[in-house]
Design a protein around this ligand. Structure first.
Ligand code: 5GP
Length: 201
């Protein structure tokens, strides 16, 4: 049984930066690369940040039941491919999902053993600043993202953990410690106990 950690939070709160830092330090964590129909932003690479695809292809995958969950976020589709849970390596100790809050709740309903971590901005002012600094957002997309924010914040209250991201380094360390602690939940360590029992025979 694999430890799934779903990281959610409003756009611009710093999810991607935090996840990137975690993955650099922990090659044994796997990132679930989502499919999306949105255009790549500067610096984003196919297969690393997302699988970029067309609306037709995405809708075909929905019909083929190829996603663990999918959502239309703003104007674009985003979805988690099923293969991500197919383990091709014993080295992987946790799968990290970066999802919008609806997708996070849906995935947790499907896999109750997964954990949800909400990242919160220190203030609305701070969040606005981060979205504007991104450079890739137009005034229209920023306004759209903000309208969605109220609902997102309410949904975040249902998450297992909630961290206020007012210091990047501290947040990365806190998420890291949570994931490492979760890896030691008894259900994930049970195969080791079974092996100990076997060796006793
Ligand atoms: P962005 O366009 O800023 O990369 O992502 C927009 C939102 O979609 C973010 O909240 C991001 O976490 C979320 N997202 C990314 N991939 C997925 C996915 O596979 N499923 C869902 N439900 N949301 C996703």
């Amino acid at each position: 049984m694999i430890n799934g950690v779903i990281i959610g939070g409003c756009s611009g709160v710093g999810k991607s930066t935090i996840i990137r830092r975690l993955l650099q330090a922990h090659p044994e964590f796997r990132f679930s690369v989502s499919w999306t129909t949105r255009e790549p932003r500067p610096g984003e690479e196919e297969g690393i940040h997302y699988h970029f695809t067309s609306t037709e292809e995405f809708e075909r995958l929905i019909e083929e039941n190829g996603f663990l969950e999918w959502e239309k976020v703003y104007e674009d589709y985003y979805g988690t491919p099923k293969e991500v849970l197919e383990s091709d390596s014993d080295e992987i100790t946790a799968v990290i999902f970066e999802l919008d809050t609806r997708g996070a709740i849906k995935l947790k309903e499907k896999y109750p053993q997964f954990s949800t971590i909400a990242l919160l901005p220190p203030s609305i002012e701070d969040l606005r600043k981060r979205l504007t600094q991104r450079g890739s957002e137009t005034e229209e997309t920023i306004a759209r993202r903000q309208a969605y924010l109220q609902k997102e914040l309410q949904r975040l209250l249902t998450f297992d953990f909630a961290l206020i991201n007012d210091n990047l380094e501290e947040t990365v360390q806190l998420v890291r410690r949570i994931i490492l602690a979760l890896n030691n939940r008894t259900k994930f360590v049970a195969p080791h106990v079974e092996k100990l029992l076997d060796d006793l025979k």
